[in-house]
Design a protein around this ligand. Structure first.
Ligand code: FAD
Ligand code: NAD
Length: 474
């Protein structure tokens, strides 16, 4: 297998547990982008910032919070979470499960073959009896900007100094999370997003709530602004952004967070008839569709473009591991949806949490996506701060909202979205409801504890019942 990020490590473990021999090739750090420049360091930076913000929202605690986050201490905590960018611990994990770690750059070299360029000039050739699994992840979408040297997710998560002024371009997950983190650490942040707003893949109210909260909290949020150019004439000086309409914006650093590209441009795809640089499209067993005949090439995690999320890639690895083990043992593969050999949740129940302030959690389809997919739906919304006692107890003046999208023909949920402080731990309840296709009538029997924020579920069900009664004239 190629790439030992969280997804590669999971498939290595699954392969070993099935008794297969596993060679794991890594060209950089075992643990991948997620461990060193994405999920882990970003959350290590965000948690102290949101903890402080939470305390400030509670009378009695607020009075005890007299200072700002200690950026040096926060970044030291972040450094500890990434083990100082030292991967020996994760390499030991591979050793302990009995996988062979080969350090070098891997490329496909025809069907079932992989050649590894070892630093120092030697090479290793590998031939897979059962499967080659590509888990090479993604890289930032980064146009050539010459001397501007913008931050990518790497600098945004490994920097040891806090820029006085940070411009963030892109209102997706990286942009909104890093805006919260760096503003909390003392930067003056300007967040520039296109007309579609913040977190545009989610329900529209999410971006509106976040934009309002950010603006009130001092982040300069500019929606519908196009950056036409950037320059940094003095390599040690600030960067100037030219905005559409002629305005200029000066910042000490600029973070470019405008999406990702698959890391497939130099992995030998041509040797198996595939296009370098393309996303590796897979079926629900995670086998690469374009490879004809025997299923021997699999692609998991970011590189297949299905859902650029660690947990979803690891899910794919658990399923593909079962598929590869079955095929290796000559057992049948069961392609039935929701069975052991199909990544059905990729299509219906992908959960995600953005750990910004306020947090966002969502699973399944938005109302718009559900309608476009042809479902007959009903949408119910709840103002969490107004309707849920537990929310008010959690934070004075709690601001948040929740939505559930109900499939009217099948009495089940297609999607749930929540925004507001502390929603990150609520998302899994929604994921269980959506993935298990729990009938709405049965959800009434899943009683949320009083007075927790979970009672938002009760309010959603009541709102659904009330609109049902109104429809039926009761
Ligand atoms: C700032 C940021 C924050 C994020 N936060 C979250 C979050 O909170 N939760 C979440 O679920 N997702 C989050 N994500 C997304 C998450 O990081 C990715 O979905 C995840 O890293 C994908 O895992 P992967 O194993 O597919 O790839 P990666 O983690 O990118 O690992 C791929 C590995 O393959 C190696 N590799 C590549 N090419 C080769 C080659 N030719 N030979 C050998 N090795 C190779 C790389 O060196 C790397 O180690 C975040 C992303 C960013 C950018
Ligand atoms: N907590 C989490 O789970 C988490 C956090 C961060 C990132 N991620 C994942 O990492 C991936 C990458 O995140 P991302 O934020 O880089 O990508 P993204 O695709 O989520 O967002 C990119 C944003 O940039 C905007 N954009 C594109 N071109 C632009 C341009 N020229 N100028 C201004 N804006 C432009 C897009 O409209 C979009 O809103 C995402 O798919 C996300 O799932 C997950």
């Amino acid at each position: 297998m190629i790439g030992t990020g969280p997804v590669g490590q999971t498939i290595a473990e699954r392969g070993r547990s099935a008794g297969l021999t596993v060679a794991a090739v890594e060209r950089e750090l075992v643990g991948g982008e997620c461990s060193y420049w994405a999920c882990i360091p970003s959350k290590a930076m965000l948690r102290p910032v949101t903890a402080l913000a939470d305390a400030r929202r509670v009378g009695g605690a607020r009075e005890a919070v007299t200072g700002k986050a200690d950026a040096t201490a926060v970044l030291a905590r972040r450094d500890a979470w990434v083990s100082g960018w030292d991967d020996r611990g994760q390499a030991l994990f591979l050793k302990n499960i009995g996988a062979d770690l080969i350090r070098g750059h891997a490329r496909l070299d025809g069907p079932r073959r992989v050649s590894v360029e070892i630093p120092g000039g030697s090479a290793v050739s590998l031939t897979a009896r059962h499967a080659v699994v590509v888990c090479t992840g993604s890289r930032p979408n980064l146009p050539d900007l010459g001397d501007v040297r913008p931050w990518t997710n790497r600098e945004a998560t490994d920097s040891h100094s806090v820029p006085r002024r940070l411009a963030v371009i892109g209102g997706g997950g990286v942009g909104v999370e890093m805006a919260t983190a760096w503003q909390g650490l003392g930067s003056s942040v300007t967040l520039l997003a296109q007309a579609e707003g913040l977190l545009p893949k989610l329900e529209p109210f999410v971006g509106e709530v976040i934009a309002r909260a950010y603006t009130e909290g001092g982040i300069d949020v500019r929606i519908g602004v196009t950056v036409e150019g950037m320059r940094r004439p003095d390599p040690t000086g600030p960067v100037t952004l030219s905005l559409e309409g002629g305005e200029e914006l000066e910042a000490d650093e600029v973070l470019l967070a405008i999406g990702r590209r698959p890391l497939t441009y130099d992995i030998g795809l041509r040797t198996v008839g595939l296009e370098p640089g393309s996303w590796l499209e897979v079926d629900d067993a995670c086998a690469v569709r374009a490879v004809a005949g025997d299923k021997w090439l699999y692609a998991l995690g970011d590189v297949n473009g299905r859902a650029l999320l660690t947990h979803q890639g690891k899910y794919q690895a658990r399923v593909a591991g079962a598929v590869i083990a079955a095929r290796a043992a000559g057992r049948p593969v069961d392609p039935a949806p929701w069975g052991p050999h199909a990544t059905t949740a990729d299509n219906h129940a992908v959960p995600q949490v953005f750990f910004c302030d306020p947090q966002v959690g969502a699973v399944g389809l938005t109302a718009d996506q559900a309608e476009r997919a042809g479902h007959r739906i009903r949408v119910v919304d709840v103002d969490t701060g107004q309707k849920v006692a537990g929310a008010g107890l959690y934070a004075d003046g709690y601001t948040g909202r929740a939505r559930m999208v109900v499939d009217e023909d099948h009495d089940r949920l297609l999607g749930v979205t929540m925004v507001g402080p502390a929603t990150e731990e609520l998302v899994h309840s929604a994921t269980v409801a959506v993935a298990a296709q729990v009938p709405v009538s049965r959800l009434w029997h899943a009683v949320p504890c009083f007075p927790s924020i979970s009672e938002v579920w009760l309010r959603l069900l009541e709102a659904y019942r009330d609109t049902t009664d109104a429809k039926q004239g009761r």
